[in-house]
Design a binder for this molecule. Structure first.
Ligand SMILES: C[S@@+](CC[C@H](N)C(=O)[O-])C[C@H]1O[C@@H](n2cnc3c(N)ncnc32)[C@H](O)[C@@H]1O
Length: 253
């Protein structure tokens, strides 16, 4: 039976790799590297560095595939993303069928943790549902950008007995949830926080967490928003890409 690992590699620091991930890496014959363009050369390099550093037997192969292009301003967000996932499922299915022998072991190395804003597991489910190639699969958790953010700011994400809301910049642009005092925001290309003019909210912001380019900023949101936006824009101009995550915390909880 073919085997596929979906391995969380942490959100930027090679030291975030777990022992379980290292054990899995060492069983893999073929790594499937999906090239997502733009920012992603650095992220592909990190994946390769991780393999170099942690795998003892260097007989593994890397197979690269291009991610299908995606419409970033679609009329219907969900149906466009679904169509894009179908195309990706075709590619992943071909990789598993054609690149792995009958008893071969493959792996997708997922940034951060596979359970958070990553489509790999949904795509694998789709391939399993098609029933066109038989394989077993296992998920190895990783340290997400959210955990890295909390650790670097030395904060707990929840207040005692309270909830945490995890969402995207797109959703925050529609308004903060009424019933959440602690909101973690990912995938925000437009600094949605800048539209929230509430002095009772603090922001804990981090970019390139875990990497040598890491930037951390925190403080009262209306006071810090413009500066964070500027720092983010400068960093993006310098490096060509930026990934940032932040916590919005209503004071007094
Ligand atoms: C497609 S999601 C992947 C999340 C990933 N699975 C995780 O567990 O962190 C990409 C988003 O994760 C966040 N992110 C990932 N790595 C990051 C890093 N090193 N520093 C800051 N934010 C990061 C950003 O919000 C980015 O837009």
């Amino acid at each position: 039976m073919r085997k596929v690992f979906v391995i969380g590699i942490g959100a930027g620091n090679p030291d975030y790799i777990t022992v379980q991930a290292i054990n899995a890496l060492n069983q893999v014959d073929v790594f499937f590297i999906i090239d997502k363009g733009q920012e992603k050369d650095d992220l592909i390099r990190l994946r390769k560095d991780i393999c170099e550093r942690y795998i003892k037997n260097k007989s593994y192969r890397m197979v690269e595939a291009l991610d299908p292009p995606r419409d970033r301003t679609p009329a219907s967000y969900e149906s466009t993303v679904r169509a894009w996932h179908d195309e990706r499922a075709d590619i992943y299915e071909r990789l598993i069928r054609e690149e792995l022998g009958d008893d071969g072991c493959g792996a997708f190395l997922v940034w951060g943790d596979p359970s958070l804003y990553d489509s790999t597991l949904r795509i694998i489910d789709q391939i399993v549902a098609r029933g066109t190639v038989a394989f077993d699969y296992e998920v190895i958790p990783g340290i997400s950008a959210i955990q890295a953010l909390a650790a670097r700011h030395r904060i707990a994400l929840n207040r005692i007995g309270r909830s945490i809301h995890i969402t995207t910049g797109r959703k925050v642009a529609e308004g903060l949830p009424d019933d959440a005092d602690d909101v973690v925001v990912m995938l925000d290309g437009d600094c949605a926080f800048k539209a929230i003019d509430d002095p009772a909210i603090d922001i804990y912001w981090g970019a390139y967490l875990g990497t040598e380019d890491e930037i951390l900023m925190a403080g009262q949101l209306p006071e810090r928003a413009a500066e964070i936006e500027r720092v983010r824009a400068d960093a993006k101009a310098r490096k060509g890409w930026v990934m940032d995550t932040y916590l919005l915390r209503r004071r007094g909880g």
